[in-house]
Write a protein that binds this ligand. Structure first.
Ligand code: GLY
Length: 379
């Protein structure tokens, strides 16, 4: 079978290094692309844990490719939504994998967005003290962010992603064809994370996105592949430098997330505001707050806001109709995982477009006053 054209991006982590392949049609070729991880399944079924929608759209392509080498699939369906990242789902999934007789040298395949990737990754981190897994991300957000870097987790009543492990996949296949069927709103939400890579560390990429964002969102093949590959290259570099988020380098990936998390909490982590939309608003707030501190030119903060607005993402919290004040949003921030025992919360801010840094001297009272102003900005 002919190999699909793809770009390989290496995540350099010593003995745990792996490739992220980006290309159109990679799933049609899975039997070739994932060959090293399929061998042990001769005479057994290949376990694929799938978001039900992703299975509906891409299941046949996987089955056809695997059947060409005689493999059959054992499917496990996961309902869409954060509700599937629960203790109950984890228990059901690990029981299923144990019943299948998964060994430590086997690889489980995760087909879908961040929910499936996080759940399967965590199950594989703890199953028999660790087995392998392959990420087959089918959303823009999971291709450019969650499938790369080994953060795996489930949610608990105390919050999102509070129980988890760093467990790197052995391979990621980012098939850009899967984005053809992604709803526009989810595409835009994933695009917020693409813009994030430009804003946090690559001004030239940000400028490229200002001009080419509409093509990326319209799924122009060349533009989309460039945007996905450039984002993954940035993520791979950062993960290689700071795999476990201990030096502060990986924390830069949280640009927009502290403000964004407060907005998600206020809107009930619901469809009212998708994660990527909250990150988009969070990045506008981080840019404007940086300008308020005199660290970023006000014109640059508005350039960031404009790039976000022009891509169809929400950019003004005043338009969310949240009926809350800045203090209430700051109270949500106090529950952030990053909150320190001393009562300080590190904030990712901008010194320039393409230059994020972590500020540890942010006064939460001042943040509340800033948010009060932003909540009043006219539509
Ligand atoms: N999504 C942020 C990270 O992987 O560190």
């Amino acid at each position: 079978m002919a190999l699909t054209n793809s770009t390989a991006i290496r995540v350099e982590l010593g003995g745990r290094s792996y490739d992220v392949l980006v290309g159109r049609g990679l799933l049609d070729d899975i039997v070739v692309q994932a060959r090293p991880f399929l061998g042990p399944y001769a005479g057994r079924k290949v376990p694929i844990v799938a978001d039900v929608n992703a299975r509906e759209h891409h299941g046949k392509r996987l089955a056809r490719s695997l059947a060409s080498d005689g493999y059959e699939i054992a499917w496990y369906d996961v309902a869409p939504g954060e509700g599937s990242k629960s203790w109950e789902s984890l228990e059901r999934l690990t029981d299923w994998l144990l019943d299948l007789g998964i060994t430590r040298s086997d690889h489980v395949f995760a087909l879908g967005g961040g929910v499936v990737g996080d759940l399967v990754g965590f199950a594989c981190a703890i199953l028999k003290r660790g087995c392998g897994f392959v990420q087959l991300p089918t959303t823009l957000l999971s291709q450019v962010d969650s499938s790369v870097g080994g953060k795996t987790a489930i949610n608990t009543r105390s919050g999102k992603n509070l129980i988890g492990a760093f467990h790197q996949p052995s391979l990621v296949l980012a098939d850009t064809q899967t984005l053809d069927t992604l709803p526009d709103r989810e595409m835009r939400a994933g695009y917020a994370e693409v813009l994030k890579y430009g804003l946090l560390g690559d001004e030239a990429f940000f400028a490229w996105l200002e001009s080419n964002g509409p093509d990326v969102l319209a799924r122009n093949r060349e533009a989309l592949t460039h945007a996905v590959a450039t984002s993954i290259e940035a993520k791979a570099r950062i993960v290689a430098e700071d795999e476990r988020e201990t030096s502060g380098r990986r924390a830069l990936l949280n640009l927009g997330h502290t403000f964004g998390h407060a907005l998600e909490a206020e809107t009930g982590f619901s469809d009212r505001l998708l994660h990527g939309e909250a990150v988009a608003l969070g990045m506008v707030l981080a840019a404007r707050y940086s300008a308020r501190r005199g660290e970023l030119a006000a014109a640059d903060a508005e350039r960031a806001a404009q790039a976000i607005a022009e891509s169809g993402l929400p950019s003004e919290i005043a338009n969310l109709d949240m009926k809350c004040d800045g203090k209430r949003l700051v109270d949500h921030m106090r529950h952030d995982k990053k909150m320190e025992a001393a009562g300080t919360l590190p904030f990712l801010l901008l010194k320039g477009l393409g230059e994020a840094y972590m500020a540890r001297d942010v006064d939460l009272g001042d943040v509340a006053a800033f948010l009060d102003e932003q909540l009043k900005v006219p539509a």
